[in-house]
Design a protein around this ligand. Structure first.
Ligand code: ATP
Length: 532
C-alpha cells in the first residue's frame, strides 16, 4: 500500500483532501490522472451495464432527498456501526474492527458498544431547527427506488429490467482508513434490477457471474477475486442472500462490491396501500408515500411488487483495485557492480544511523531495519525497494537517507522501472508524444500536430512532453500507465539517414517496451485497434 499511496501523491492520481489545512480525515481529492482513471472506470461500467444491455435504463438522482426516504428505507433506525470508546486514551473505534483492544494505546478498558448512525446531516433552507435538516445520501440506491414509477411510466419497460446510477455517497465512518478503501465521501456504481418474484435466485446468480466477468474485463485477475457468501445470520432481515465480491487489496481480501437479493422490501417499503400489495418482506407501515410502486403483469393482469437484485460497487475501491493489480516494479537492466557497491555502502551507514536514532518509534525502527537487512543481502536484486524504505515515516528526517536516495536514484533510473499495467482503455493517458529534440522547430511542430490530431480525431487523451531525455520520458509514462509513446525524429521529416522512414514515427509499447515505426497517417487506426 505504501508504494501505491506514494505513487498516487507523487504523480497526481490522488491527494489527501484539504491538505494545505491539515486535511480532513476520510476525504481524498482525485488529481489530474486520478480523475481520468476514475472517469474511465465509470465509463466502462456504464457502457457494459447500460449501453450494451437491452434491459437497463440510467438515472442521476439528487443527493439530497426528503427525510422520509431514510425513515422508510430503514436507514434512520438501522444504518449504524457499533461504536466503543477507550477509557484510557479516549479513542473511538468501530467495535467489530478492533477485537477488544484499543489500537491506539493497547488498553482493553473499553465501553460497551453502542449503535452509531453513519448518515451525515445538513441544513436545508435558512431556518435551522430540528425538522429542517436532510441527510447526505449514504447510498445511491434509494434515489432509484423512489423513481421506480417515473422510469416505468416513461419507458414502458417490462420485467425484468434495471436502473443504473453512478454517484456520490457519504458515510460518517467511525474510523476511515486504508487510503481510499474506507472513506467518508465516495462514489458508488449501483444497479437495482427488478425481477418477477420467484425468478430472483436465478437472476442473483447471473448478476454474480456478470459482475465477476466485468471486473475481469477491466483487468482484475481471477486469482485476486473471491466470492464470499454472507452467512444467513449476518444478513439484513429483508435480504434473501448476499454475495460479497472480494478483491485482494494490499490489506488482504476485502469487499469491492456487494450483490444482494433484496426481495420486495425496497419497493414495498416506499409504497402506499401496502396492505393490498401482498408484500412478502417485513416493512414499516408507510403513511406518507403517495405512490404505489408496483408493476402490472400483462399475463396475469395483476399488480405486483417486483423483487430486487442489487449489484453495488464502490468506484474508489475499484480505482484502488485497478492500481493494486496494475502496479509493478521491474528490473529492466542489471545494476552495475560499482553502483551496487556504492548503494551497499550508503545502506550500511543508513542502517547504523537508524539503529542509533532514539527519536524513532521502536516499531518503526524495527520495520526500517528489517527491510534494510533484506535489501543489503542482495542490493542489485532489491534496489527497487529503496524508495519505499525511505518513505517510511521517520526515515526521511535522516540526512543519510538523502545520500542513499542519491546513490539509488540514478541506478534505479537506469535499471528499474515502476509501471502500471493498466488496460489501455482504462489508462488516464493513452498516448504521449515526444520530440527527439526540443530545440528542433520542425520536429516539435510535427509532434504537436500528432498530439492534436490523435486527441481530436481519435478522441484519445494524448499529451505532448519535451521536458527530459527520451528514456526518462518513457519511464515517467510507464509509471502512470500510458500504453503508448510516440517519438518524432529526423527520419520522420525525411532528414535522417534512411529515406524509407520518411513520414513514420517510433511507437513504443509500455508492456513489451518494443518499438516499431508506424506511418503517421496510420496512427489513428493503429491506436484504435490497440486501445479497445
Ligand atoms: P463495508 O462492510 O466494507 O463497510 P458495506 O457492506 O457497508 O462495506 P455496502 O453498503 O454494500 O458496503 O456498499 C456497497 C459498496 O460501496 C461497497 O462494496 C464498497 O465498494 C463501497 N463502499 C461502502 N462504504 C465505503 C466507504 N466507506 N468507502 C469507500 N467505499 C465504500
Amino acid at each position: 500500500m505504501d508504494q501505491i499511496v506514494s505513487l498516487c501523491k507523487r504523480r497526481g492520481f490522488i491527494f489527501p483532501g484539504s491538505d494545505i489545512y491539515g486535511g480532513l480525515q476520510g476525504t481524498y481529492d482525485f488529481g489530474p490522472l486520478g480523475v481520468e482513471l476514475k472517469n474511465n472506470l465509470k465509463a466502462a461500467w456504464w457502457r457494459a451495464n447500460v449501453y450494451e444491455r437491452d434491459d437497463m435504463e440510467g438515472l442521476d438522482a439528487a443527493i439530497l432527498m426528503n427525510r422520509l426516504t431514510w425513515k422508510y428505507s430503514g436507514h434512520e433506525e438501522t444504518f449504524t456501526d457499533p461504536l466503543v470508546d477507550c477509557r484510557a486514551c479516549k479513542g473511538r473505534w468501530r467495535a467489530d474492527h478492533i477485537q477488544g483492544v484499543c489500537p491506539n494505546c493497547g488498553s482493553k478498558d473499553l465501553t460497551e458498544s453502542r449503535p452509531f448512525n453513519m448518515m451525515f446531516k445538513t441544513q436545508v433552507g435558512p431556518v435551522a431547527d430540528d425538522t429542517s435538516f436532510a441527510y447526505l445520501r449514504p447510498e445511491t440506491a434509494q434515489g432509484i427506488f423512489v423513481n421506480f414509477a417515473n422510469v416505468l411510466a416513461t419507458t414502458s419497460r417490462k420485467l425484468p429490467f434495471g436502473i443504473a446510477q453512478i454517484g456520490k455517497a457519504f458515510r460518517n465512518e467511525i474510523n476511515p482508513r486504508n487510503f481510499i478503501f474506507r472513506v467518508r465521501e465516495f462514489e458508488q456504481m449501483e444497479i437495482e434490477f427488478f425481477v418477477m418474484p420467484g425468478t430472483e435466485d436465478a437472476w442473483h446468480q447471473r448478476w454474480l457471474d456478470d459482475r465477476l466477468a466485468w471486473w475481469r474485463s477491466v483487468g482484475l485477475s481471477s486469482d485476486n477475486l473471491q466470492v464470499y457468501t454472507v452467512p444467513k445470520a449476518d444478513l439484513a432481515h429483508y435480504s434473501k442472500a448476499t454475495y460479497d465480491l472480494m478483491y485482494r487489496f494490499p490489506i488482504g481480501f476485502e469487499e469491492l462490491e456487494g450483490i444482494a437479493s433484496r426481495s420486495d422490501y425496497d419497493l414495498g417499503s416506499h409504497s402506499k396501500d401496502q396492505a393490498n400489495l401482498g408484500i412478502s418482506a417485513k416493512v414499516m407501515e408507510n403513511t406518507d408515500s403517495t405512490a404505489r410502486l408496483t408493476y402490472f403483469d400483462p399475463e396475469t393482469k395483476r399488480h405486483l411488487v417486483p423483487f430486487v437484485i442489487e449489484p453495488s460497487a464502490g468506484v474508489d475501491r475499484g480505482v484502488l483495485a485497478l492500481l493494486t493489480e496494475a502496479y509493478d516494479e521491474e528490473q529492466i537492466k542489471p545494476v552495475s557492480a560499482e553502483r551496487a557497491q556504492a548503494v551497499s555502502d550508503a545502506l550500511a551507514a543508513f542502517v547504523k544511523s537508524v539503529g542509533r536514532n532514539e527519536k524513532l518509534d521502536p516499531a518503526q525502527r524495527d520495520a526500517i531495519l528489517e527491510r534494510a537487512e533484506v535489501i543489503s543481502q542482495d542490493v542489485a536484486a532489491h534496489m527497487a525497494q529503496i524508495p519505499a524504505l525511505l518513505d517510511l515515516p521517520g526515515a526521511s528526517s535522516i540526512e543519510l537517507s538523502k545520500k542513499l536516495r542519491g546513490q539509488a536514484d540514478p541506478a534505479l533510473d537506469e535499471s528499474y522501472r515502476t509501471v502500471l499495467h493498466l488496460k489501455p482503455a482504462l489508462a488516464p493517458i493513452k498516448v504521449a508524444v515526444f520530440p527527439l529534440k526540443r530545440n528542433a522547430p520542425e520536429i516539435v511542430a510535427t509532434a504537436r500536430e500528432i498530439r492534436k490530431t490523435l486527441q481530436a480525431d481519435g478522441n484519445m487523451r494524448t499529451v505532448y512532453d519535451d521536458t527530459g531525455a527520451i528514456g526518462k520520458l518513457y519511464r515517467r509514462q510507464d509509471e502512470i500507465g500510458t500504453p503508448f509513446c510516440i517519438t518524432v525524429d529526423f527520419d520522420t521529416l525525411g532528414q535522417g539517414k534512411d529515406a524509407s522512414l520518411t513520414g513514420t514515427v517510433t511507437v513504443r509499447d509500455r508492456d513489451t517496451m518494443q518499438q516499431e515505426r508506424v506511418l503517421m497517417r496510420e496512427l489513428p487506426e493503429y491506436f484504435r485497434d490497440r486501445l479497445r
